[in-house]
Design a protein around this ligand. Structure first.
Ligand code: ATP
Length: 328
């Protein structure tokens, strides 16, 4: 598997701010790679380091094996789709898409033909004469994609590409982006702070925390086996158990994560608590139990009895569902 993008101990500091701090990373060619993390964790700076709009303070970046430290952005074979799309409002859609080709000196007829091909690829045939203001948010997003793809980049960078779209459109575009990436076989790297988006779209993801990578892996790795408490908390729905509870449940005195789907309710058991919240989810009910300081969610499948709020219940689970974590 060819590495498309490699970071070797890359840092980018802005004065005292360590925006990116000692990152090692390999993104394999053809992958759909997500950079996930809270606001300010360094994701966008990493993307800008790949595109060349930012230079590392220390460390090396390679794109398809070539050290790009001295390579300006337009010679990197990489294009970015920005969250605000950055379309030129006075140009029609066709000219927006053809812009990069015009800059390269391609003749009008050829570049318009290429622009039409790209518009067909993003399902916008017939929209070439419109101005960006005459398009919906999702259509503008596709024009921005076509405008990046027309340059035939080997790596496409997407900075919160779906952030401006409403939920329904966002979900539709997630599917379309995935299909497009599959069809083109390009390497896509996208930044998001939405864990559902990262888990559902990416084949690999890096979870960022304070300029460092807390974990890299497949969505299953990150979801089922979070390496640290930070990852378990940020990625979301897992229960995070402190060492004393893990021990009470038969494990070592270590932090652990336990997925709600793997957590059951029982009559008796070493850990019990009070039901403090119930949420009906259609396919089941999410029951939240408070055991001491810790809240533990269990997913009770539809059709099984749900204890009322305020009652006491014990929890049970499959032993191999308890995942031990590091301390940081
Ligand atoms: P968001 O999700 O909010 O976009 P992010 O994870 O992409 O956040 P970055 O934009 O990479 O985070 O920023 C990381 C840190 O570096 C932040 O503390 C930010 O304020 C700081 N930073 C980024 N760019 C600069 C700059 N040009 N000058 C000074 N500080 C910067």
């Amino acid at each position: 598997m060819t590495p498309a993008v490699e970071f070797a101990n890359v840092s980018r500091h802005f004065g005292p701010v360590k925006a990116v701090d000692g990152v090692d990373l390999t993104i394999v060619e053809g992958s759909f790679f997500a950079m996930l993390g809270p606001s300010g964790s360094g994701k966008t700076t990493c993307l800008r380091l790949i595109s060349g709009f930012e230079k590392p303070t220390t460390g090396a970046i390679r794109i398809f094996g070539e050290d790009v430290s001295a390579t300006p952005p337009h010679l990197r074979n990489v294009n970015t789709v920005f969250q605000d799309y950055a379309l030129f409002p006075h140009m029609n859609v066709r000219d927006n898409v053809a812009y990069g080709l015009m800059v390269k000196g391609m003749g009008r007829a050829r570049r318009h033909a290429r622009a039409e091909e790209m518009l067909a690829l993003v399902k916008l045939e017939g929209y070439g004469d419109r101005k960006p203001a005459q398009l919906s948010g999702g259509q503008r997003q596709r024009v921005a994609l076509a405008r990046a793809l027309v340059n035939e980049p080997r790596v496409l960078l997407l900075d919160e590409p779906l952030g401006a779209l409403d939920l329904k459109l966002r979900e539709a575009m997630q599917d379309e982006l995935k299909a497009l990436q599959h069809k083109l076989g390009l390497t896509f790297v996208f930044v998001t702070h939405d864990q559902h988006e990262a888990l559902s779209m990416a084949d690999h993801l890096a979870v960022f925390n304070e300029g460092r990578i807390a974990q890299i892996g497949t969505p299953q790795d990150i979801y089922d086996r979070p390496a640290t408490r930070f990852v378990a908390d940020f990625v979301g729905s897992s229960n995070v158990l402190p060492p004393e509870l893990t021990r009470a449940l038969g494990g070592p005195a270590q932090w652990a994560s336990l997925r709600p789907e793997a957590t059951r309710l029982a009559q008796t058991g070493p850990v019990s608590g009070t039901v403090i919240a119930l949420r009906y989810l259609g396919a089941g009910t999410r029951v939240v139990i408070r055991a001491g300081e810790t809240e533990i969610a269990a997913l009770v499948p539809a059709g099984q009895p749900v204890p009322p709020e305020g009652t006491t219940t014990a929890i049970a689970f499959d032993r191999n569902a308890l995942h031990l974590m590091g301390t940081d």
